[in-house]
Design a protein around this ligand. Structure first.
Ligand code: Z57
Length: 817
């Protein structure tokens, strides 16, 4: 496929004039002085207009084809910035560069003006956004549905070494990409009670009485596929109060009281909950979940009714994918609509539900499996609790029929846990879906064998795997122009939509000239990152050192602490032997801690403390630097990942469901040091055992080690370097004025059994790092391995992933050209 030609109505000739017109008319601003934010906004509006035209054409073709659609329900989307993504996907890059230059700007500088849309926490939200890009590119008819939070994930600042959170008011200066559909409001109900009545035919029915209502306003964000011919959208709901204010209270002179209920309703879409896993069980969060679900199902059913067929055909027209359990109340809501509002019989409604829903699980951490107290759920959603109880009653009859007399099994499988009276959302999702998938092969195996074995026995074939993927457009084509240019020069441009084509690079790993070009591209990216770090933190880093990177949410199971132990050990070795034969390294670590996660925040403080000490030590500073990158986010990832040479993926085996950062690094030619966890296993199989540094316990060994009663003390006593590093941290070597700062981290390890097995994997991690050093000292061999990583990453395209969902779960054919 050649580079897509810009269709006529992109009208690139008029782009410059359009930009100026938008600066005047929409922003109400002078053209002078030429402010980059204004010109970014003007360009954004000019592109938005072109996008809307394409989108209207795509939607018309959907209606013509009457095809089945998928609705991807997610509490989180993490798109990052839009401008360059739109421009590359629509093939407008040359035109936009020219227009920007004519106005006296560089396109890259204008792009830097955009705020990230950070409507997600981490992997789960970013996965949803990669899938949007791939659905549009692969022409799979479907939509993302989520919430338009006023405040996305907090901004992280580092103050005196500690994380501080700042509100992310991302739309404060406007958001040209969001199309508010003020004319399409839906009502969403909360609270009140379920009321029984008899209908004119004498049938007992239920309705939702005395409820409060909140309005849901749809806001669309357009998603162009690569090549620009197919444009879909995600629809994000914003809450608005149902009345401006309560007239009664207002007439009695209680203005603030009247405003109160308005504020209460608008709270619903105010802020994203900042916990990655586990999520927080707060009433407002439950209201957010139901708000998304109720508004979305109304929209789906409206569209279904408009297209003609009755409810029998609903599952032939509609697939609903639940992104984790967060939108699982949809199962009860669809039952409520079908039974209470459309008057279908229970069995008929239930068959429709099960054929419609599918559920993706993203975690096996017990503390992250979502449950709600039945009384809280019943207060907020009284009729839904009744419906869940009825689903549960019928389900347990099924269980009893399969295993008569096995009350223990019924208790374990029950949707409402009889002991705690909590609603287990994963059980509701499994029972209400026709497919349940994990996100990497190991993770799906663990789901079937360890977490839900009795469900697997009850429903053979329901559990399946779809290994995660990432979009090659954002994560290679856009983020890494240096490498993309080199790849396209050698194998042509088709890899952008057919990532397996990267395998054509494999023989070039043998070509010294190509290796030289490959290294030059990496070096350019390292220099770009060094400039970025200098600009953001005033710190200079040296592009001629090994860039060793770990960026992801801060979490004990991800073991940033193990990374720190390696750094401290390397520091000690360098102090003892200044001539040690290892390559100079820059260790970059970044990630946000949930604001209430004590231990994760302590680990950030430890990293900043170690960085301060190491970077100030003249004896080692030319050979080891440590940088904490503040405010890791999508736009930062786009700069960091292409510059990385070593990617740290070192979670305790069995705990990281998949990981997707691991894929982005390997695609950009970084070598992975990692454990046999999540998708690392499949990455190893793809790139070859000799092109990756694998260490540590396997998931099975982790289980056995814990079962045998692991004793970290013995391990530490037997390892002098480990003991030394822990001792320094524990006694305040890195924070002499506050020597006890890291005692809680040490307690966790030495007194509470080291649940994440950091000490168990320490020595293996160091040996793997020795192998890293040895290979890096041979640049030709390292570069060849780097090329082989990129060349073998085709499988990890989100295009492959969404096509698997379409075929095995949604039963949807991609549309033809
Ligand atoms: C989240 O980002 C993930 C799982 C969750 O249960 C929640 Br809540 C948030 C992540 C996993 O930790 C990653 O391993 C995985 O790659 C990602 O979801 C996408 O599947």
């Amino acid at each position: 496929m050649a580079k897509p030609a810009a269709p006529d109505f992109h009208q690139l000739e008029s782009l410059g004039e359009d930009i100026k017109r938008y600066v005047l008319s929409i922003l109400g601003n002078d053209l002078y002085p030429p402010d980059p934010f204004r010109y970014y906004s003007g360009l954004a509006y000019a592109i938005r207009e072109r996008l809307i035209r394409m989108w209207l054409a795509t939607q018309a073709s959907y209606y013509d084809s009457m095809s089945k659609r998928v609705y991807y329900l997610s509490m989180e989307f993490l798109p990052g910035r839009f401008l360059m993504n739109y421009i590359t996907n629509m093939g407008m890059e040359d035109g936009c560069r020219q227009a920007a230059a004519d106005l006296g700007f560089s396109l890259d500088d204008l792009a830097e003006e955009e705020r990230d849309a950070g409507l997600g926490n981490g992997g789960l939200g970013r996965l949803a956004s990669c899938y949007m890009d791939s659905m549009a590119t692969q022409r799979i008819p479907g939509y993302g549905y989520g919430i338009l939070y006023d405040y996305g994930l907090f901004h992280q600042r580092i103050v005196n070494g500690w994380q501080e959170e700042e509100a992310d008011n991302w739309r404060r200066h406007g958001s040209p990409w969001v199309i508010d559909r003020v004319e399409h409001l839906y009502e969403v109900k909360f609270y009140g009670r379920s009321e029984a009545y008899t209908d004119p035919q004498g049938v007992l029915r239920y309705r939702w009485a005395e409820a409060d209502t909140v309005m849901a306003m749809p806001c669309d964000i357009l998603i162009p596929g690569h090549g620009g011919k197919h444009v879909t959208n995600m629809r994000l709901w914003a809450a608005a109060s149902s009345t401006g204010f309560s007239l009664r209270d207002f007439n009695q002179g209680d203005f603030l009281g009247a405003m109160q209920s308005k504020i209460h309703s608008e709270n619903i879409s105010k802020v994203l909950y900042p916990n990655d896993e586990p999520i927080q069980g707060k009433e407002l969060r439950l209201r957010q979940q139901y708000f998304l679900v109720a508004a979305t199902l109304r929209d789906i059913i409206r569209r279904h009714k408009k297209s003609g067929p009755g409810f029998d055909e609903f599952p032939d027209q509609v697939a609903i994918q639940l992104n984790d359990t967060h939108p699982t109340i949809a199962v009860a809501e669809l039952m409520r609509i079908l039974v209470d509002e459309e008057f279908l019989g229970w069995d008929e409604a239930w068959a429709i539900c099960r054929r419609t829903f599918a559920y993706t699980n993203h975690t096996v951490l017990p503390e992250a499996l979502e449950t709600w107290p039945a009384d809280l759920l019943g207060r907020v959603l009284p009729r839904h609790l009744e419906i869940i109880a009825e689903i549960d009653r019928r389900f347990l009859l099924e269980v009893a029929a399969a295993h008569p007399g096995d009350q223990g099994r019924q208790n374990r499988l029950a949707i409402i846990d009889p002991a705690s009276r909590r609603v287990r959302m994963a059980h509701l999702a499994i029972v209400g879906s026709h497919k349940v998938n994990g996100v990497a092969r190991l993770h799906s195996d663990i789901l079937r064998e360890k977490v839900f074995p009795e469900f697997d026995a009850l429903y053979p074939g329901k559990f399946t795997n779809v290994t995660n993927g990432i979009t090659p457009r954002r994560w290679l084509l856009q983020a890494n122009p240096a490498l993309s240019r080199l790849i396209t020069a050698r194998i042509g441009p088709d890899w952008t939509t057919d990532l397996d084509r990267l395998a054509e690079l494999l023989p070039l790993a043998e070509d010294p000239d190509f290796r030289k070009d490959w290294r030059a591209a990496k070096r350019e990216n390292k220099k770009r990152l060094a400039r970025y770090v200098l600009r953001k933190s005033g710190m200079g880093i040296n592009p001629d050192t090994l860039f060793d990177v770990q960026v992801k949410r801060m979490h004990e199971y991800k073991r940033q602490f193990l990374n720190v132990l390696h750094v401290v050990t390397l520091y000690n070795r360098l102090r003892r032997d200044p001539h040690l034969a290892v390559p100079p390294r820059t260790v970059l670590i970044g990630g946000k801690a949930a604001p209430g996660y004590f231990m994760a925040k302590r680990i950030i403080r430890l990293i900043t403390a170690v960085a301060e000490t190491v970077n100030a030590d003249d004896a080692v500073r030319s050979r080891l630097r440590v940088v904490f990158l503040p405010n890791y986010c999508v736009s930062q990832a786009e700069k960091v990942i292409p510059a990385a040479e070593l990617s740290q993926q070192i979670s305790t085996a069995g705990m990281e469901a998949s990981g997707t950062g691991n894929m982005k690094f390997a695609l950009n030619g970084a070598l992975t040091i990692g454990t046999l966890d999540g998708a690392n296993i499949e990455i190893m199989e793809a790139v070859g055992r000799e092109n990756i540094f694998i260490f540590g316990l396997t998931a099975k060994e982790v289980e056995a080690t814990r079962a045998a009663g692991y004793d970290p003390g013995r391990r530490v006593a037997a390892d002098a370097e480990l003991a030394e590093a822990l001792d320094m941290i524990g006694r305040g070597y890195f924070t002499p004025s506050e020597p006890d700062l890291f005692a809680p981290i040490l307690d966790n390890l030495l007194r509470h059994g080291d649940y994440y097995l950091v000490t168990a994997d320490y020595r293996a991690c160091l040996e793997a790092q020795d192998a890293v050093n040895a290979l890096y000292l041979d640049p030709e061999a390292w570069t060849a391995a780097s090329i082989r990583n990129t060349a073998n990453m085709g499988f990890f395209s989100s295009d492959r992933a969404v096509l698997e969902y379409a075929k095995n779960i949604w039963n949807i054919e991609p549309l033809g050209e």
